[in-house]
Design a protein around this ligand. Structure first.
Ligand code: ADP
Ligand code: ADP
Length: 227
């Protein structure tokens, strides 16, 4: 039942800084797992290695029994939601959500891409925004577009890096509930990075607590410690 197994993962950056020091954890299929810890402790570095945007300098990442490290990033079938949404400003909402299905080897016929895009836009409550440009949307709406775009490829893993940090406090509570419901409805295994302990406790099936590039705790106790 260990869908993702991260084994003794290490990352030393080109400048010699060791951001990740032998990190080991596992994730069950369908779980929403929070990587929690203060800024600079290595959460983003870990996500980037899973996504293939960075190469580890040690250890392994195994998904469904197979190492990811020899799989090209575009073939890993991983959805990534960034803190700043990273939407294409010149495209409409519908075009943004369709985009992953219009390029590369997963290219789909236009009508099928549109049908799938609309299905996920419905799940994320942005159907009525189809023809808007990202610049006209609120932070919460842009975040929903970014989540829909990450899900249309039906990725095996969803990575979310501080997806709520640019939202105001009230919206943060609402969207985190929506994310939790969506992840459970779609059944997608999700890694959710946050520095907010309360957020992690509320949304996570399990919490992996990072501290200076190592894991301090790996469970869901109420007794987490953050400086
Ligand atoms: P977090 O996501 O927990 O805030 P990061 O993974 O972004 O932490 O960064 C972990 C540490 O690695 C930080 O000290 C950061 O400054 C450092 N770091 C990140 N990227 C690089 C890089 N390209 N070169 C050198 N150090 C880096
Ligand atoms: P996050 O907000 O996710 O922690 P940061 O804002 O720390 O990310 O980092 C943004 C970018 O700067 C990343 O690409 C990261 O690799 C790079 N970076 C962060 N810290 C350093 C560093 N000490 N030296 C070089 N690049 C860094």
């Amino acid at each position: 039942d260990k869908f993702i197994q991260v084994n003794n993962l290490e990352k030393t950056y080109e400048n010699g800084y060791q951001a990740i020091k032998s990190v080991t954890f596992s994730v069950k299929k369908g779980d929403l797992v929070c990587l929690l810890g203060p800024s600079g402790c290595g959460k983003t570095t870990t996500l980037n290695m899973i996504a293939g945007l960075l190469n580890p300098t040690g250890g392994d990442i195994i998904v469904n029994g197979k190492s990811l490290l020899n799989v090209a990033p575009k073939d890993r079938n991983i959805g990534y939601v960034f803190q700043n949404y990273a939407l294409y400003p010149h495209m409409t909402v519908l075009q943004n959500v369709m985009f992953p299905m219009t390029v590369g080897k997963n290219k789909k016929p236009k009508d099928e891409a549109e049908r799938i895009a609309k299905k996920f836009m419905k799940l994320t409550h942005i159907e009525e925004l189809a023809d808007q440009k990202p610049g006209n949307l609120s932070g919460g709406q842009q975040q929903r577009v970014s989540i829909a775009r990450a899900l249309v490829q039906e990725p095996q893993i969803l990575l979310m890096d501080e997806p709520l940090s640019n939202l105001d406090a009230r919206l943060r509570l609402k969207i985190r509930e929506e994310i939790r419901n969506l992840v459970k409805e779609v059944g997608i295994t999700t890694l959710f990075v946050t520095h907010d302990q309360e957020e992690a406790l509320s949304i996570g099936d399990k919490i992996i607590l990072f501290h200076n590039g190592v894991i301090q705790q790996d469970d869901k106790g109420q007794d987490l410690y953050l400086e």
